[in-house]
Ligand binder design. Structure first.
Ligand code: MCA
Ligand code: AMP
Length: 507
């Protein structure tokens, strides 16, 4: 095969009049409409001098054209690097520099700010706006709607997704064509997707969940998507009757349950609700079933691995678990100290191996070696156990990570900024339970002797360099940080102390 990912997920639909995208304005794109746009964009990026293996960094709003850009990268053999639309210029500069992107795509509203950044790192820049307009679209409009697909091998890179690290520096996870393709095919089969499915798509498309799970599964099965710019409760309730499936983070489900229009009747035609990216509380699972009669199917994945486990489609979907390893994927629980496999039922670190596991972190061989073993097992940083029936349960994290509404936040990145502020001796950033986002960010600051740091000024400073979703929802001054005998900050103690800060109510 010339380009496995393109040929299998996209090329097979060439000439098909079947619906692919139902948009909020009532219009529909067929597969053929979409593929012709993909080809035009492939010409447009090639005309910018981008060749196979180069990176394109894209901070663009969700739109059918943004999705076509992803397709264009696949068809042209270019490595697609999607970026959270919330990232600040500071954050973007790092990604552009680190990835060595040849072309940066942004919204016209951000062009002035990003032009010098792109120039500094030798990248070209073009625009693609939320309504599909922009300099790239203008160029594409004049191009042929047929493009000679660039040859790629299964282990050639298809995408970079940055994931933050415990040191505060983001790492570019290198994903191959086969990482994406094998997972899409496995999931489509496991979750029984067909061309009759219509997926209600309200996730962002700059992360694994919305792009490589939701979108690729639909492409693999030839179904359609109701493609919404973002999660909006009224629109979700309005569009649910036209859908057969929904994929979301737990916040989607708690928000739906919080609305009395979300009833058994509204969902009676639905085939499947999938949840992931963050733990789904067992009480949400139970409340959802009581309200709708559907059991949410929870699965577990990571940027570095796509999806690893899933509750069964036909068997029992067990609340509080993430199900079984997917076909072709091995999962073991090991002792963090020795790496030895632990007996069934014991808690340890979760390791996974399979065609889904990424190739390593871009230009970070030491980081890669720390997490990806020579035998192919990837150390996820999650702690779990396997019950007597084989269900995997995630019981915690070995890594210092906060997941807020499905977005990952690494405390170190925020602590580095807080520590730098006037009057601050040291800080600790923790995740505490939050009724809407699952967890949210709390910043604890220890002042220098005799100093009274200005918390408002500190919050303002943090907001200039960090994306909004990473901002501490609250900053508190405390006398000292609890430490163990080794001098390590005991974040578990802090998490217990401040657990009720944002008062969680049950769904
Ligand atoms: C928005 N805000 C947030 C978040 N989202 N703050 C913290 N955490 C968030 N997740 C900010 C907004 O900028 C706004 O700030 C304020 O919080 C309230 O916004 P609101 O309108 O309530 O939020 P929203 O726009 O409705 O978004 C919430 C959301 C969204 C729908 C839950 O965050 C979302 O779509 N999350 C999904 C993320 C995702 O796809 N994760 C998958 C990663 P202000 O008030 O100042 O304006 S992939 C992954 O994790 C792995 C591989 C996996 O297993 O899937
Ligand atoms: P990311 O780095 O964005 O890819 O996030 C991956 C992390 O999200 C995993 O390592 C887990 O900690 C968490 N995660 C994903 N799915 C689940 C789930 N169903 N339950 C609990 N945690 C999850």
């Amino acid at each position: 095969m010339a380009n496995p990912l393109y040929d299998t997920l996209l090329g097979v639909h060439q000439g098909s009049d079947a619906s692919f995208l139902h948009l909020q304005d009532g219009t529909t794109w067929s597969y053929d409409d979409f593929l012709r746009k993909v080809a035009q964009f492939a010409h447009a990026i090639t005309a910018e001098g981008v060749v196979a293996g180069d990176r394109i960094a894209a901070q663009i709003e969700k739109s059918p054209e943004a999705l076509a850009l992803y397709g264009a990268c696949v068809q042209a053999g270019v490595v697609f690097l999607p970026l959270n639309t919330g990232y600040t210029v500071d954050e973007l500069s790092y990604f552009i520099e680190n990835s060595g992107a040849k072309l940066v795509l942004c919204d016209a509203a951000n062009l002035d700010e990003l032009t010098p950044v792109a120039a500094k790192y030798g990248a070209r820049i073009a625009t693609l706006n939320s309504d599909g307009s922009g300099t790239l679209s203008d160029a594409a409009g004049a191009m042929s709607d047929q493009f000679d697909t660039v040859e790629r091998r299964a282990d050639d890179l298809a995408a970079f997704l940055y994931t933050s690290g415990t040191t505060g520096r983001s790492k570019g996870a290198m994903l191959t064509q086969n990482n994406l393709l094998s997972n899409a095919q496995t999931l489509a089969e496991y979750w029984q997707f067909t061309s009759d499915d219509v997926l209600l798509h309200a996730l962002p498309i700059f992360h694994t969940h919305g792009l490589f799970v939701a979108t690729n599964v639909v492409l693999a099965s030839g179904g359609a998507m109701i493609f919404l710019p973002k999660f909006n409760l009224d629109v979700m309730i309005d569009r649910l009757p036209q859908a057969t499936t929904l994929m979301g983070v737990p916040t989607f489900y708690t928000r739906l349950l919080g609305d009395e229009r979300f009833t058994r009747d509204l969902t009676k035609h639905m085939r499947l609700f999938v949840s992931g990216s963050a733990p789904l509380l067992a009480e949400t699972h139970v409340a959802f079933e009581a309200r709708t009669g559907h059991r949410i199917l929870e699965r577990y994945g990571m940027t570095e691995t796509n999806m690893n486990t899933s509750n069964p489609y036909d068997g029992e979907r067990r609340a509080g678990t993430v199900g079984f390893p997917l076909p072709g994927i091995e999962l073991k629980i090991t002792d963090p100290a020795t790496g030895e496999t632990l007996p069934q039922g014991e808690i340890g670190q979760i390791e996974v191996r399979g065609p889904n596991v990424f190739k390593g972190y871009w230009q970070m061989p030491e980081k890669t070696a720390e997490e990806l073993r020579a035998d192919g097992f990837f150390i996820t940083g999650d702690l779990g156990q396997i019950d007597a029936d084989g269900y995997v349960q995630i019981v915690g994290r070995d890594k210092d990570l906060i997941i807020s509404g499905g977005y990952n936040i690494y405390p170190k990145e925020i602590e580095l900024i807080l520590d730098d502020q006037p009057g601050v001796l040291e800080s600790a950033v923790i995740g505490v339970p939050h009724p809407d986002f699952g967890e949210t960010v709390l910043g604890l600051i220890v002042p220098q002797k005799g100093a009274t740091p200005d918390l408002d000024a500190i919050a303002a400073q943090a907001s200039t360099s960090l994306a909004r979703f990473k901002h501490p929802r609250k900053l508190l001054l405390i006398d000292e940080l609890p430490r163990n005998t080794m001098g390590k900050v005991q974040k578990n103690v802090l998490r217990q102390t401040y657990a009720d800060m944002f008062q969680v109510t049950s769904a």
